[in-house]
Design a protein around this ligand. Structure first.
Ligand code: GUN
Length: 285
């Protein structure tokens, strides 16, 4: 039976570290860290995320600036706001919640965010820095996954690491981070032919494909570390992951649950990135 990786506990540790540093920044430098979160339209899931980000800011002692814009906001209006936030010295991090309404070009918005304030690490400059291992910010979800793997005590060096999913936000950067930690990395996706065989070779398996219970116990190597990035709904509409937890936990050595695994880590890493941004902008460290 696998040991459960407790994402809530690990994320609480990260937030505690961030809160302590934020308090120190305030005391020693008179700086209050600020994060601006911009949401356009009425997507209910986005509203939940944005609200959680606001609560996390309060918990670690950051100032949060919230911009809830109308569904009909034009691309120019959103670009104008991003430019104002780029220039605002009290704003250290800028996050524009995705997805954006269809009439707005997401790439144009991401490219407009100052790379120094891009706490999502979605800007091409930050993506490029990850490729060469010289980054300031890591995208929040893959960074959270790395921290969860670290919490198991399993050393990545020399391990077979399999990432399922190749999105720009999770799969691709995840593969790079595992590679930087000396893993031997394979990236699989919807067109991969011998998926089961590749999964069975994985000492560390990160699943981010967005299909409910896609990975089952028979695809998991005995004792593997299994990280489930999925946020899906099962046949009864209940939240579940990309991994079939029930069969997988019988094979894995360590496994993340959904909810309570990767999910809480993403926001904790966002807080960490925002703190890093504030320190860099102030020339501290
Ligand atoms: N929508 C869902 N997750 C995220 C995220 O991590 N960042 C942004 N900007 N939008 C999202």
């Amino acid at each position: 039976m696998a040991q459960i990786i407790d994402g809530k506990a690990v994320s609480a540790d990260v937030k505690e570290e961030v809160a302590a540093e934020a308090a120190q920044l305030k005391e020693e430098h008179g700086l209050k860290v600020g994060l601006a979160v911009v949401i356009v339209g009425n997507d209910p899931a986005s509203k939940v995320y944005v609200n959680n980000k606001k609560k996390a800011c309060e918990a670690v002692g950051f100032k949060s600036f919230e911009y809830a814009l109308d569904e009909n906001t034009t691309q120019e209006q959103l670009l104008d706001l991003v430019n104002v936030l780029n220039r605002d010295e009290t704003v250290n991090g800028i996050l524009v919640q995705l997805p954006l309404p269809k009439h707005i070009d997401e790439k144009a918005i991401i490219n407009a965010i100052s790379p120094d304030k891009d706490v999502d690490a979605f800007h091409p400059v930050n993506v490029g820095k990850i490729m060469i291992g010289e980054y300031s910010f890591l995208p929040c979800t893959p960074a959270g996954v790395m921290r969860l793997i670290e919490s198991t005590g399993v050393d990545i060096t020399g391990k077979q690491c399999v990432v399922i999913g190749r999105s720009n936000i999770v799969g691709k950067p995840q593969a790079m981070l595992l590679l930087q930690k000396n893993g031997t990395v394979t990236v699989c996706h919807s067109k991969t032919k011998n998926l089961k065989e590749i999964c069975l070779s994985a000492d560390i398996l990160v699943v981010a494909i967005g299909r409910a219970k896609f990975i089952t116990g028979d695809m998991i190597k005995e004792g593997a570390v299994v990280i489930d990035v999925g946020m899906d709904r099962n046949e009864n509409g209940k939240l579940c992951g990309d991994v079939d937890f029930e069969s997988a936990e019988k094979k894995a050595g360590y496994i993340t649950p959904v909810p309570g695994g990767v999910g809480p880590m993403t926001i904790a890493m966002l807080m960490k990135n925002t703190l890093t941004a504030a320190k860099q902008q102030a020339g501290i460290e």
